[in-house]
Ligand binder design. Structure first.
Ligand code: AMP
Length: 159
């Protein structure tokens, strides 16, 4: 469990963590790999969400997943980009959070992931929380905690 002052200060900025779904670049499960390849190359993010037509979160796709599919015996097979769908290469079983104020779960997931998808109870994709946005809040916390709470150093020298 997070200690109260840390949780309070992190929650104060929780609304700013979310990059809303409508400005998160994404592809759809039935897009071909050529489309996904172009999107990933243009936006320069290494990994983006995959959605279905109703806006449900289905997984993540990255350039390495696509290029691996293109690997033939001695050369890259570019034709496969038109033939295969995103659903054939995407990562599934991605850990998500339901709300931006689920700070503790987000913090744990961010240890291994540059962003955490926010997906509601119906499976609808609401956006992402990035490490960058979270670190801004952590920076705020490190400067503010001493101003807003009395911090007393405990003496463990005799214990
Ligand atoms: P950042 O912390 O801003 O570098 O973002 C970390 C990761 O989150 C990026 O590498 C992308 O995989 C993902 N990301 C951030 N912003 C967007 C966005 N607007 N659309 C899609 N993916 C994003």
């Amino acid at each position: 469990m997070l200690i109260k002052p840390v949780e309070d200060l992190l929650l104060r900025n929780a609304d700013h963590y979310l990059i809303p779904a409508d400005i998160v670049a994404n592809v759809q499960t039935d897009n071909n790999l050529y489309h996904a390849f172009l999107v990933l190359t243009k936006i320069k993010y290494s990994k983006i969400p995959v959605l279905d037509h109703a806006g449900h979160f289905e997984g993540l796709v990255s350039l390495p997943l696509i290029t691996e599919k293109m690997l033939g015996f001695d050369q890259l097979n570019t034709e496969i980009l038109m033939e295969c769908r995103v659903s054939e290469v995407m990562e599934t079983n991605i850990k998500t959070v339901q709300q931006v104020d689920d700070v503790e779960a987000t913090l744990h997931l961010m240890i291994d992931n540059p962003f955490v998808p926010v997906v509601d109870a119906d499976g609808i994709f609401k956006g992402i929380i990035t490490r960058r946005e979270f670190m801004k809040s952590f920076n705020f916390l490190t400067h503010e905690i001493g101003k807003q709470y009395d911090m007393i150093e405990k003496d463990f020298s005799n214990s």
